[in-house]
Design a protein around this ligand. Sequence first.
Ligand code: PGA
Ligand code: ZN
Length: 427
Amino acid sequence: MAAFSISEVRAMEILDSRGEPTIMTRISTEGGFSGSFSVPAGASRGRSEAFELRDGGKRLGGRGVLTAVANVEGPLAEVVRGRDVRRQWEIDEAMVRADGTKNKSRFGGNAILSVSMATARAAAAGLGEPLYRYLGGVGAREIPVPFMNVINGGVHAGNELAIQEFMIVPLRFNTFREALFAGVEVYRELKSLLIGKYGRSAKNLGDEGGFAPPIGRSEEALEILVGAIEEVGFSGKVKLALDAAASGFFDEEDGKYLVDGRSMSPGEMEDFYLDLVERYPIVSIEDPFHEEDFESFSSLTKKIGGRVQLVGDDFFTTNVERLKKGIKMRAGNALLLKINQIGTLSESLHCAEVALRAGYSVMVSHRSGETTDPAIADLAVGLRCGQIKAGAPARGERVSKYNRLLEIEEELGSEAVFAGESALGID
Ligand code: PGA
Ligand code: ZN
């Protein structure tokens, strides 16, 4: 039907949450409906991610995306114009083929993703369905567990914490609303504990809306988190998770990890994690080793994979080839799904499917540079994967995802199910 065929593709340069330029694309169809998407950007990027096209040169420190905008309105529009927005695979494949490079470096992964996601939105609009139902069908009614990054370190903050993300995970609740607001109670308590202990500067926020206190040791952050959870009465119900983003503190010269004032070998690093999971209620650890050390990742999975979720972000970069390598080696037991790491919706969905079929769990993720676009909330519900990480319950670009989930839960009414503990696939 012609109503669904793409008539217009427009893009523009907008800003992300770090004040960096990014791209927003709108796709319109003959039938007069449309959809848009704004692309996020990472700071601790995996080396195997799709190419993010930036203008270079002097303007905005080279970070402009005007070339990507021109690629969307020029060659990519040429490829997709006249195609049916409901044929997501076909459109994505055609763009990938036209790009012709392995990592989408010709047109830019950011340019391609913006068209890919805007296409899905336009299709959903044309069918009169919310995005989550368009993606996941009528059975998509599970609201994911939120992984809230409440203490920021690594490249997301100006403190000395090597570990990038300290997350709270409200697991044992009946609804998403209850879980989210339990997280908010912890966040509020954490703020006052931090100010009490370190002074007012401790309430400064990092890139993902978590606090960036002047803490140097991982244990200190974990202790204060446990204290905050206890204080608001959620011990046992709200758990903890880490994203080490270990490539960020790995010294390639001597093959050591620099954490908490120590220089550790991969073996010592493993002991470090084994010790932490004994002493703290940690249910999930992401990127515990640098992104090429599949052996250490596999060894840790063998030891604690039955009771702790081990998530590959930079390890897998939402790339089926890398994920398959991980599955083969039993490295990790969960995939972090970031659509801009691979650059199309279709490839992201395929990667999630490969993970789920292999018994890996899947966590949909934001980037540290976000916009207020809530599409990943719909994606997490559509995938029925039961987990999402979207930062702290603060700042517009983070809460837009959580607020969207509240809205979806409300819309589904008694049909809605909170994913809870079972989503993690561990004992
Ligand atoms: P990034 O970090 O978006 O800055 O890459 C997020 C993460 O490592 O999960
Ligand atoms: Zn990560």
